[in-house]
Design a protein around this ligand. Structure first.
Ligand SMILES: NC(=O)c1ccc[n+]([C@@H]2O[C@H](COP(=O)([O-])OP(=O)(O)OC[C@H]3O[C@@H](n4cnc5c(N)ncnc54)[C@H](OP(=O)(O)O)[C@@H]3O)[C@@H](O)[C@H]2O)c1
Length: 217
């Protein structure tokens, strides 16, 4: 009886050689297309129309809306048809920003934004105990629908670690960290109940450069 010896390589190579090479090439091509598409969609920003489509009528809570980046965020979200909930401690300044948003909306022809009324709420991030009450009020005014939270409000301090008093560290941590955690926790159930929501955090790349002199969120 003849004994045929088959090497390990032959065992492995035989089924592969029978496989239709066209299918292998097609699979490879599909893989390359998927990789390129993923890369393209992850680096190319969405079009203005797409942003408007996605953000239209979304309720956006912005902390620190009375000035700086928070104020700029109000105008940026308004542009895409969002309803803005402006929060910070200075009600007078928040009302000024709200008025500017309304004036801005009037300039746009036939815009959906004209119909949206933005809201103003006094919110002190250092008052973590009262956070739940403020969030309840916000939610009631928005039919319990909160889509986006922009955790922007924050305080900073410049000084050396040695000369900076501990109460400054404590205040910074309360406003920039615990206050934001408390607000996020209080708001999350309203996002969870709709199974959707986005939370934006504003920080700084500066800390990686000079962590010894720069204290902020
Ligand atoms: N500007 C920058 O170069 C820079 C760089 C890196 C990071 N950031 C961060 O970006 C965020 C905004 O910076 P910004 O330059 O726009 O600052 P900003 O103009 O000083 O505005 C800070 C905002 O936070 C609010 N705020 C302060 N303490 C608060 C508290 N206890 N409770 C509620 N709101 C409070 C203020 O409103 P009221 O006074 O009305 O409460 C104000 O609207 C901050 O978190 C900051 O750390 C800014």
């Amino acid at each position: 009886m003849a004994v045929h010896k088959i090497s390990v390589f032959q065992c492995w190579a035989k089924p592969l050689s029978n496989f239709n090479m066209v299918w292998i090439l097609l699979l490879l091509l599909l893989f390359v297309i998927l990789v390129v598409a993923y890369w393209y969609w992850s680096i190319v920003p969405p079009s203005e129309e797409k942003k408007r489509e996605v953000l239209k009528d979304k309720v956006v809570v912005i902390t620190g809306a009375s000035s700086g980046l928070g104020k700029a965020c109000c105008f940026a979200f308004q542009k895409y048809g969002c309803k803005i909930v402006l929060c910070s401690r200075n009600i007078e300044e928040l009302n000024n920003v709200k008025q500017q948003l309304e004036d801005n909306a009037l300039l746009w022809k036939s815009s959906q934004e004209n119909k949206l009324s933005h809201l103003v709420f006094k919110l002190d991030l250092a008052d973590t105990e009262n956070m739940g009450n403020v969030v309840q009020e916000i939610a009631q005014s928005c039919d319990n629908k909160i889509d986006i939270l922009v955790n922007n409000a924050g305080v900073s301090h410049r000084g050396s670690i040695l000369s900076t008093k501990l109460d400054i560290f404590t205040h910074l941590m309360i406003v920039n960290f615990f206050g934001q955690v408390a607000l996020t926790k209080a708001l999350l159930p309203f996002m969870a109940s709709h199974s959707s929501g986005h939370i934006v955090g504003v920080g700084s790349v500066q800390v990686s450069g000079r962590p010894d002199v720069y204290l902020l969120s």
